[in-house]
Write a protein that binds this ligand. Structure first.
Ligand code: ADP
Length: 474
């Protein structure tokens, strides 16, 4: 019988799948968090860049306005210096759109006074997210801002050219001032929209991040809980299995104790009686009496022989695996009857056979042990007072079972001990054997997944019925 061990019981694919889910979720969690941190940091770089862009543009407007009214060349130079900040950003934007080299983009960003450590993040965000709605919106604002900057440069150049030739009258100055003011306002609006789009985007990203974190953490918790419940179930199952094995061990130990105790006693008693008989025979002069003592010695030796045979059967039954084969039932019965023929009491018993079974698919060794013990008992416990002593061996098919009966008209068994006769070393006052025979028989029957029962009346006889399933799982 193949009892499964703990490791065999574990459904490994299921456990591996859970490990994979946990591993996958952890990896996704790390990736999602890393990606989000990078997006947020790049977003912040864009907002920083925008503040330099705005400051540059505002300072440029201030210097241009002062230049318009003072004609101070230094103010013109400062205008050019400040306007180069948003202009640089604009060049970087164009390089990004045209997919030009990162160096060119960085050159523009540096001119836009962006921090060196932010440059890679700015490029990365554009390359990966330029199709995402919030980012597209921000880029549109940037583009509009750049065209206002171009307009501002154009106006600046116009003013610079005119002032180089002559002075401007108050009306012209006022008109330029209004134009510059309009552009500045538009640029402020663009800058605000740009920052808002990015802030809105980062808010959404943070939300997605929270959802993704909650989702993956829930997946991990569920997978780990499932893993522990599977392991706990297996542990409980194996604890039960161990408990059962322990119980069986305790039983086997008890059985062994009682076996050793009884066997040592039973093995010695024929030897003791044999020794006694030899002592008496040595002194005896009468040959008839000596012959009688020899007869008694023979009986003792036969008992000893039977006892040793029983122990061999017991050991074989315990240790040998069940071997299923096709056996000829009638041949086994005939062999067993032949073996018992030499017994003096067997000669006076009529043997009847009512065998319907030809071949059986079963364990031959165990079938022999069963039939041998039942036939041997039927002979041993025959009723000496009866003249019509008989033993009937019947075997029939019964649906999915074989039904085997060994019936005798022997001395019978008292009702109150019928349940005990299958116990190890059970014996009565008229016990003629080791007390192991029926115990071994029952074990052999159970090994074949069958049952054995007895029906008996004192002085009438006994019928032992064995039921064995026809087909065994291999
Ligand atoms: P033993 O080897 O002593 O015969 P068994 O286990 O074979 O031991 O039988 C147990 C007891 O059951 C016997 O001592 C006997 O009292 C009783 N018994 C078994 N078979 C028969 C039978 N066919 N007729 C009457 N008594 C029986």
């Amino acid at each position: 019988m193949a009892k499964r061990g703990i490791t065999e019981n574990l459904k490994l694919p299921k456990v591996y799948f859970l490990f994979f889910v946990v591993f996958f979720s952890c990896a996704s969690l790390i990736l999602v968090n890393y990606g989000t941190i990078r997006i947020l940091s790049a977003n912040r770089a864009y907002v920083n860049g925008e503040s330099h862009y705005s400051k540059g543009q505002k300072d440029a407007v201030r210097h241009l306005t002062t230049y318009l009214y003072t004609k101070d060349e230094e103010q013109w130079i400062s205008f050019l210096e400040e306007i180069s900040v948003p202009k640089g950003d604009g060049l970087a934007r164009m390089a990004l759109i045209k997919n030009q080299s990162d160096d060119l983009v960085k050159q523009g960003l540096r001119a836009g006074r962006n921090k060196e450590e932010d440059l890679d993040d700015i490029i990365w965000l554009y390359k990966n997210f330029n199709k995402v709605s919030f980012f597209t919106k921000a880029m549109k604002e940037w583009e509009a801002g750049d065209s206002s900057i171009d307009e501002l440069i154009q106006i600046g150049n116009e003013i610079h050219q005119k002032l180089a030739v002559s002075d401007l009258d108050a009306e012209e100055k006022q008109a330029y001032l209004l134009q510059i003011g309009d552009i500045s306002e538009t640029l402020t609006e663009n800058g605000r929209n740009f920052s808002n789009a990015l802030t809105e985007g980062s808010g959404k990203i943070k939300q997605y991040l929270v959802f993704a974190n909650i989702f993956f953490i829930l997946v991990i918790i569920s997978a780990v809980s499932l893993y522990f419940s599977v392991m706990l179930k297996k542990l409980l199952e194996s604890a039960k299995e161990i408990e059962l094995k322990n119980k069986n061990l305790v039983l086997a130990n008890r059985e062994l104790d009682s076996f050793v105790y009884s066997a040592s006693h039973d093995l010695r008693s024929p030897i003791t009686s044999l020794k006694g008989l030899i002592e008496i025979a040595k002194e005896e002069k009468d040959p008839n009496q000596v012959r009688h003592y020899f007869g008694l010695m023979n009986q003792s030796l036969t008992m000893q022989d039977q006892f040793i045979n029983d122990i061999i059967d017991y050991s074989r039954n315990k240790r040998k695996e069940r071997v299923l084969e096709i056996v000829n039932f009638d041949k086994i019965v005939n062999d067993i009857l032949l073996q018992h023929n030499y017994l003096s009491e067997a000669k006076a018993i009529q043997i009847k056979k009512n065998v319907e079974i030809d071949e059986m698919h079963t364990d031959g060794l165990r079938l022999k042990i069963i039939l041998n013990n039942l036939v041997s008992n039927a002979i041993k416990y025959s009723d000496k007072d009866k003249n019509d002593k008989f033993i009937e061996i019947a075997a029939h098919h019964e649906d999915s079972f074989f039904k085997i009966e060994v019936k005798d008209n022997g001395i019978g068994i008292k009702k109150d001990i019928q349940a005990k006769i299958f116990e190890m070393f059970f014996g009565t006052d008229h016990n003629l054997g080791s007390g192991l025979g029926l115990y071994i028989t029952k074990q052999a029957v159970e090994n074949l997944k069958g049952t054995i029962t007895v029906a008996s009346e004192v002085k009438q006889g006994s019928t032992f019925t064995v039921i064995i399933p026809k087909y065994h799982e291999t």
